[in-house]
Design a protein around this ligand. Sequence first.
Ligand code: HEM
Length: 527
Amino acid sequence: MTDVSGKGPEPGDDRPVLTNRQGHPVYDNQNQRTVGVRGPATLENYQFLEKISHFDRERIPERVVHARGTTAFGWFEAYGSWGDEPISRYTRAKLFQEKGKRTDVAVRFSTVIGGRDSSECARDPRGFAVKFYTEDGNWDLVGNNLAVFFIRDAIKFPDVIHALKPDPVTFRQEPNRIFDFMSQTPEAMHMLVNLFSPRGIPADYRHMQGFGVNTYKWVNEVGETVLVKYHWMPRAGVRSMTEADAAAIQAHELGHATRDLYESIERGDHPEWELLVQIMSDAEHAELDFDPLDDTKVWPENDFPPKPVGRMVLDRTVDDFFAENEQIAFGTGVLVDGLDFSDDKMLVGRTFSYSDTQRYRVGPNYLQLPVNQPKNGQPHTNQRDGQMTYQIDRGGANPHVNYEPSITGGLREAQYPTHDEQGPVIEGRLTRKRLPRTNDYVQAGQRFLLMEGWEQDDLVHNLVDQLSQCDRAIQERMVWHFLLAEDELGRRVGDGLGISADEVAHLRPLASQDLTEEDRKRLENLG
Ligand code: HEM
């Protein structure tokens, strides 16, 4: 085509021509349309208005937590059995059954508290969210790199996050606010002992574990259920950083973990994790000193040995960061047949929260986006319309029938494979109570004792560093908690702050906690 301005494509330039979103060719992408060379600009300037108004809408709200993250793709391969015990004994979930069966996955790693451009060297839990595109639809396993969490009831989640996020006035992350909340939250001690140890700053995403944290259920062919916890173990081993290591990287780069994952996959060094499950019979387990539905606890590996069920390899990076990382949406409610919820009080709250925030953050039709679609399990629903609908997942032969039941077409209900709903018979009064067997200190103390010397030193150093920026009353209560968890931990943190056991012996237990006999004995010996 002759160009009126005299410009034209260079010979041999066969690149596609720039268009606007209506498919109209763009002849000049450098100059607005104006009246005369010096303007004014005109309002019918469709090409310019489309370009600038789309740009004005480029950002969607970042995630309220886990805003900084990175996504990669790959596959999960099932082992099918442990020795001669088939996995079908515990779950009928199809993706686990056959040895060698592969399922596509998307994985998003993240930090929790910072915004979407924040440092990946932060002391912060790391998210480890996996979407399995199974033949029965999607399964999301939304975990973290630390095995436990700060709280055991979802009603406290906005508070713990507000305490950890920047101050609403100064917009600085304030140790005083964090430990103000933690000092009144005894169940957080186990998580804090993990978070302030070197494990609180993973070296990168390829060298960290993942944990489902909450308790789920598996269901077999005849409807029998067991409780399960999920663990991802990196083949490359676990690597962590001290504050000094982190500071050195952060001095010149904020996104080292995103870069590391991207570059390693691109050069063919594909990271791999093994998935293991711990299994417990579906009961209250009065013999244990904790409740299996309490996510501030780990299940002792001697009694509940983790069993390998498959491996995951990541071999593809994103084609587009926004489409596949910002818009990907995970949730704990996204399960497939053979996997189920437990009554874990965090899990039920999480399950509401994820899809609720995604309808706001991405939009009501977020599940129509390619990265979120159940691409190996075709959806057929009677859900219609809403912002940004671009496909109708009806599937029925009669397009007039967008309701069910009907005798004139449309969709029908599926049949349960072999049985009706599984699950226990539950009786009880409506109430608001803590779980029995809170036992907030034992596992925190055990975790400290299991650490190597340098890890203990790092933990004490990091706690003292943060607590020294806190009010005296908060310091005293934290030393008191650590003394109840493990004498050496409490004394060393106390020494660092100049607070002796004697000085905190007068503190009474919090109204929000239950002490065990062992805790009471420790308390009596404080003075
Ligand atoms: C992200 C809520 C506890 C792991 C999120 C998001 C919300 C949320 C609203 C943002 C989701 C989005 O915008 O797409 C909650 C609530 C919790 C809770 C209410 C407790 C009641 C946990 C726990 C874990 C966890 C215990 C770890 C086991 C994650 C991960 C993400 C996330 C990995 C990021 C997912 C992604 O990469 O897109 N959470 N969360 N959360 N949460 Fe939680």
